[in-house]
Ligand binder design. Structure first.
Ligand code: MRU
Length: 388
């Protein structure tokens, strides 16, 4: 069964609460932009494409409610309400560009609808809701295409002799159905390799401090029955250095929160370390992301704002209390928070880091894989040419 983390029908939006995963599968209702903003900020939903889609739909469900917006007189027009709400939603998390990109597109749709002759509140609302719903549908299609393009490239360029056509890959953070509208980007590539019978094993990092890998990627891989093993972030070098051919990692494939115009890529903290380790060991390093993650207005990684999060994410761990029965089976109780650092420790907690383009072998998009140019940078013009 396909994992569905965003349940939407016109007038109703529910998201799988990622703070409760993997031990509890609880859907929470999103009724308006405030709910959307809170869910994104608190990371009930996270992952660049998922954030953008939930933000867009949080406004769509609110507009589809029977009493809205015709009775709200605090805005000059429904287009003003939409515009201000989009600006507000964009403040929830700063690094991922997909949210900003979606907000700009939806703002344009709204203003165009308002300019149409004979436009009414209802026609502006319809235009907005149609565009937001299209984002949900298109993201899944784009991810399936990323999966295909990535698997083709990996099979062509990362195959190793003796691997009997099967490859092991390492991924970081969570980039799957939980981070997107469905299927996933980097995890979509893993899913595609697996569907082709080309995956030996998926290794995935714990992804400290928030454990998106251990909690969420693990949940998805187990859900799909994909052969996978968890490592702590500090084990990657040892894994890469294994000399036994069958255990070798053919490539690392990660997602992205923002790809700058030169290919520098902001992604979950720890991505940069993995790219350096991969380069040292001669392992291909790939970024999988839809074109909406490529930000041609950001010249290089130095211009990307990196979100700082609370130090408690570093000094504590949250999870359910575990009870071990006499037969060694485990049962999970309610969530507890435990301290893992010396009392009063201060901590630095950048949520993302920037991997320089020179460490990236390819950027997998829904329109194909862009490889590093001879100058060490990426050139994305062909991806955005008209007609694509
Ligand atoms: O802080 P998060 O969990 O939102 O960070 C998510 C990541 O860094 C993902 O790798 C990225 O958003 C790509 S998701 C397809």
């Amino acid at each position: 069964m396909v994992l569905q983390a965003i349940k939407y029908s016109r007038g109703s939006l529910e998201i799988l609460d990622q703070l409760r995963l993997p031990h509890e599968e609880i859907f929470v209702q999103i009724r308006n932009p405030q709910d959307g903003w809170n869910a994104i900020k608190s990371m009930q939903v996270r992952g660049a494409p998922a954030i953008a889609i939930v933000a867009a739909l949080s406004l769509a469900v609110c507009l589809s409610a029977p009493e809205y917006p015709r009775h709200d007189s605090s805005y000059a027009s429904v287009a003003d309400f939409l515009s201000l709400s989009l600006k507000y939603l964009v403040t929830s998390r700063p690094t991922a560009v997909n949210l900003l990109d979606a907000a700009k597109k939806l703002e344009r749709v709204t203003r165009d609808a308002q300019m149409q002759s004979g436009s009414t509140d209802a026609s502006v609302v319809d235009a907005y809701v149609d565009a937001a719903e299209a984002m949900l549908v298109n993201d899944v299609k784009d991810n399936e295409s990323i999966g295909r393009c990535g698997a083709d490239w990996i099979q062509q360029y990362c195959g190793r002799e003796g691997s009997l056509g099967k490859l092991s890959v390492l991924t970081h953070c969570n980039t799957g159905s939980l981070a997107t509208a469905g299927f996933g980007t980097a995890l979509g590539v893993v899913r595609s390799l697996n569907a082709r019978g080309a995956l030996r094993k998926a290794f995935y990092t714990e992804t400290r401090p928030y454990n998106q890998g251990a909690r969420l990627t693990g949940f998805e891989l187990i859900h799909d029955g994909i052969d996978a093993e968890l490592i702590t972030d500090s084990m990657a070098a040892a894994l890469f250095s294994l000399s036994k051919e069958s255990d070798n990692i053919a490539c690392v494939v990660v997602g992205a929160d923002r790809v700058a115009a030169n290919g520098d890529t902001a992604n979950k903290i720890g991505t940069y370390s993995l790219a350096i380790l991969a380069k040292w060991h001669g392992i291909k390093f790939l970024v999988a992301a839809p074109r909406t993650t490529i930000d041609l207005n950001t010249r290089s990684g130095a211009d990307i704002k990196i979100e700082q999060r609370s130090m408690q994410e570093v000094t504590t761990l949250k999870g359910p209390q575990i009870t071990r029965a006499s037969d060694a089976s485990l049962s999970y109780g309610s969530a507890v928070e435990i301290g893992t650092a010396a009392a009063q420790s201060k901590a630095w907690n950048p949520s993302f880091d920037v991997t320089p383009a020179a460490l990236i072998d390819g950027i997998i998009t829904e329109k194909g894989v862009v490889e590093q140019g001879g100058d060490g940078a990426f050139h994305f013009d062909s991806l955005f040419d008209s007609g694509l």
